[in-house]
Design a binder for this molecule. Sequence first.
Ligand code: HEM
Length: 311
Amino acid sequence: NTDLQVTYTHEEVAFFHLRQTHHFDEFEYPSDQYCKQDLFPKWHLPLKIASIASLLIFIYTFLRDVVHPFVTTNENTFYKIPILVINKVLPVVSITLLALVYLPGILAAGFQLHYGTKYKRFPQWLNGWMLSRKQLGLLSFFFASMHACYSLCYPMRRSYRYKLLNWAYQQVKQKKENAWIEHDVWRMEIYVSLGILGLALLAILAVTSIPSVSHSLTWREFHCIQSKMGYLALLLCTIHALVFAWNKWVDVNQFVWYTPPTFMIAIFLPIIVLLCKSILLLPCLRKKIQKIRCGWDANTEMNKTQMTSRL
Ligand code: HEM
């Protein structure tokens, strides 16, 4: 089946033969030429973006959740660093990377609408960004999976058990029989469920990006999964974060040192992407983009009308 054939560069074929004939493994070095091969070239930019975003969010959360209580009330919350702080960094980076997967598509649609053609080349930076979408998406899935593991281990922590005991003691002291808060129960049921659904969709997206799987799909099937299901995953994850935030939007205590809480930072880019996508889905714009992508060109149309008016 020609569809399943993968095209290799001359260098890759030569390297494959070299490996077959010489049977070198991790204990042997191939010739100099192959040692100079670039390591994971397509991953450089996405990894840089993920590392810088992780570092910035880590510092931000560390200052808000650990340094602030230490400085203001002398409370020691350094125990939060390994799980609670990390589990704020992971989802924020994950959802931001997911939004970055879909943002270039929107910019590209805007570009095509502006120039009225699909034949004008995208700027180099947009082209490079579009080519990194798969890696950005896989990194987003990786961060989301870690976020799910960290979140699910919350009740196992000793700090959580002590807190639970202390809450129970406070409750007894206040002679309260029932600690059930209906809206908090609903909030958690809904956001955890949405998180699981979002992660499941991201897993499907990750599996279909494996070349052997994507090659077995038609263009339409692949496009349907990667685009429609991708946007659905982004939507579910954004609602997951919004429901997690619930009424914290209006809670002034969330604005530590006048800085916005992390969930606001997390949903900023996804909401912009989802809003732009909904605008592009308006019938007038959608039809125009479809026409442009089918080969319609505003410039040639204009030339044609100018020619006929001159005739
Ligand atoms: C099995 C799946 C998931 C579970 C169990 C889960 C659970 C949680 C929990 C417990 C929190 C609250 C964390 C805290 O208290 O600090 C949370 C927050 C959050 N989650 Fe998830 N989640 C899941 C999947 C996802 C996915 C797939 C995404 C997006 C890619 C995501 C994005 C977020 C965001 C942005 C927040 C807000 C973080 C903050 O600002 O504190 N989650 N999730």
